[in-house]
Design a protein around this ligand. Sequence first.
Ligand SMILES: [Zn+2]
Ligand SMILES: [Zn+2]
Length: 81
Amino acid sequence: MSRCSICGNDYAASFEVTTAEGQRFTFDSLECAAQQLAPVCGHCGCRILGHGIEGASARYCCAHCAREGGEVEAVDNTSGS
Ligand SMILES: [Zn+2]
Ligand SMILES: [Zn+2]
């Protein structure tokens, strides 16, 4: 039982996340975890909850945003090919 790093809720089922950099956070929900940890798309500003696309200087939520951000080669997974 510990307090959420984001909203301060003291919740019995809260959980801890350790980042690749070794920072530790406690969250009461995935919503709060995403607010703290999810990267933000360099083009549209939405939170990247999937794998996203890593560009040279920013991360993007999808290939469209990556292309808008200058990653001209970016493509989404396509069914055909
Ligand atoms: Zn919270
Ligand atoms: Zn985007």
